[in-house]
Unconditional design. Structure first.
Length: 296
């Protein structure tokens, strides 16, 4: 099994070289394809598109068909639905991809797979050599988005808007150097204004450790935050420090800044009992209308 690559950051290094772009048969947006093309063009990256035929939709439509049909009839109905979705993938989705990318010097491949969205994406990441997953998101649909909290490589959720700013969320919970470097690189590359917030989350394990004896106290956390903020202000970065819950402060900052993209770390968020907070990334995406880039 191949290991997914960790993105590299540096003046001479490409950040994303192999980008996985999963597309659900339930929800398609041209913004996703356009963002994929822009990223691939800037980073000389290869794009791997996977059109996923949602089994949940097929099962639902199968249940809605005549209950008096035989097992063979039901199998034929499902086969027909799969054939139709396959045709949509080849004639509609692939055509749109080719249309967007034809003016760009970008290499890509396109595959069609039946299954559950998150399972397919996780399997592709586990067996592939990707350093970024680029996907879209839609509320109230059949798509299973558990993958938002299940993979370790960077994950970009494209929501599409014409804003010209980037919001970077640093915290005592995350590897802030990487968040800062990637945010600075992207803001310069796309000519976005860079806004940064450092969140001191005193309700979480500041070290990412389950051992409560290793946790820093409030004054230590605040001092660390002040030092980080002061260092970046000396470089001319617009950054300020806040104290509170990381999710609440992220959503609050996003509402104020209204960015094109929010860059934030992933993992290490735990409740007051020391247990990992479930579905943290998914909850952020659900409650915010802006694009997210989750960095480990």
């Amino acid at each position: 099994m191949k290991k997914s690559k960790e993105c590299k950051v540096g003046n001479e290094e490409l950040v994303f070289k192999d980008i996985l772009v999963p597309i659900s048969s339930e929800y398609f947006t041209i913004d996703l394809i356009e963002r994929a093309g822009v990223l691939a063009e800037h980073f000389s990256a290869h794009l791997s598109f996977v059109y996923i035929l949602e089994s949940e939709i097929l099962d639902f439509m199968e249940r809605k068909t005549d209950s008096y049909r035989t097992t063979q009839d039901m199998a034929e109905v499902k086969e027909e639905l799969l054939r139709e979705q396959h045709e949509i993938g080849n004639k509609v989705i692939l055509t749109e991809i080719e249309k967007v990318l034809k003016q760009k010097n970008v290499s890509f491949d396109f595959n069609i797979l039946p299954g559950v969205f998150s399972r397919i994406v996780k399997d592709e990441v586990d067996h592939g050599n990707f350093d970024l997953v680029l996907m879209s998101y839609k509320k109230y649909c059949f798509v299973n988005y558990s993958v938002l909290d299940e993979i370790d490589i960077p994950l970009w959720v494209e929501c599409g808007n014409n804003r010209k700013s980037l919001l970077a969320i640093c915290s005592n919970l995350y590897a802030n150097k990487k968040i800062f470097e990637i945010s600075l690189l992207l803001s310069k590359m796309f000519h976005w204004d860079l806004e940064m917030v450092y969140v001191v989350d005193v309700h979480a394990d500041s070290t990412g450790s389950d051992d409560v004896r290793r946790r820093k106290n409030h004054s230590e956390l605040m001092n660390d935050g002040d030092a980080f903020v002061s260092a970046l202000k000396e470089q001319g970065i617009n950054i300020h420090l806040v104290e509170g819950d990381i999710k609440h402060e992220t959503l609050k900052a996003a509402k104020t800044v209204e960015p094109k993209l929010v860059v934030i770390g992933r993992g290490h968020k735990k409740d007051f009992l020391g247990f990992p907070v479930k579905h943290f990334q998914q909850r952020l995406v659900e409650k915010c209308k802006y694009s997210f880039l989750f960095i480990k």
